[in-house]
Design a binder for this molecule. Structure first.
Ligand code: SAM
Length: 239
């Protein structure tokens, strides 16, 4: 945990937070914070500063909050469209995507996405929020990305995707494309990453028809989580 992330429900007063969940346990057991120790905190999508441990009764930790004027670490100007991975991969990947600074995640269906993945409980709001929270705690950013779910491919590709692109650069990560992925794009983009079994040609064609360009980052076929990290590191100077 590089920054404790708080929500309005954790605040008894603007300058007093009370925790009794995983975060309290982490402060106690992993950070080893004692009464009087300080740690960095931020309110999700809000202000940040320094929290001092006031008391700990073994279940509840009370923190005195002092706010600073420091601006939040900004998002990358990237909306990531990701074919829904299997639950075990998705949980880690959502954390990593949040840590890397993606502003908006669209989880989509594809022919090679197993239908059962959509029933997984990690897609429930509180479970998603927990993964995003872990990603924010890791990166130290207080900004929480938006997550949208699209369980039908065609309506997403034909109706949502063109609006999402707007005037931005849109890229489909596709290992078999002859076009090399740009380096240091550093401007707003929509990046599409396929399922573990890859997109079908029909899907690549439909996304391309909306103005997205299939691009490759080399001949090696990378796992989805490796591809996402390599692509974002190549397109952006990570902030
Ligand atoms: N056998 C699959 C296929 O036919 O595409 C491989 C899929 S790969 C495990 C999962 C996704 O990661 C791909 O759909 C693509 O979006 C991305 N990816 C993996 N390696 C890539 C590369 N070398 N260039 C661009 N994208 C890549």
């Amino acid at each position: 945990m590089n920054r404790l992330i708080l929500f309005s429900a954790d605040l008894e007063e603007k300058n007093l937070a009370v925790l009794h969940d995983r975060r309290a346990q982490h402060i106690r057991s992993v950070l080893g914070s004692k009464i009087g120790d300080s740690l960095k905190f931020g309110v999700a999508n809000g202000e940040s500063g320094t929290a001092q441990v006031l008391s700990d009764n073994g279940t509840h930790i009370y923190l005195q909050l002092e706010y600073s004027q420091a601006p939040p670490i900004s998002f990358l100007p990237c909306s990531l469209v990701l074919a829904l991975p299997r639950p075990k991969v998705a949980r880690r990947l959502i954390q990593a995507i949040c840590t890397l600074g993606v502003s908006e995640l669209h989880l989509i269906n594809a022919y090679r996405v197993d239908k059962s993945y959509w029933k997984s409980h990690y897609l429930e709001e509180d479970q998603l929020r927990e993964q995003l929270l872990l990603g924010m705690e890791q990166s130290g950013s207080t900004l929480m990305p938006e997550v949208h779910q699209h369980s039908l491919f065609r309506p997403f590709a034909e109706d949502v995707f063109p609006k999402l692109i707007g005037g931005k650069t849109a890229l489909i990560a596709h290992p078999y494309s002859e076009t090399k992925c740009p380096v240091a794009l550093n401007c707003p983009s929509v990046l599409v990453v396929g399922p573990e079994g890859g997109f079908t040609q029909f899907e690549v064609d439909l996304l391309s028809a909306q103005g997205a360009l299939p691009v490759s980052i080399g001949n090696r076929i990378l796992r989805v989580e490796t591809a996402v990290t390599a692509l974002l590191g190549r397109l952006y100077e990570l902030s």
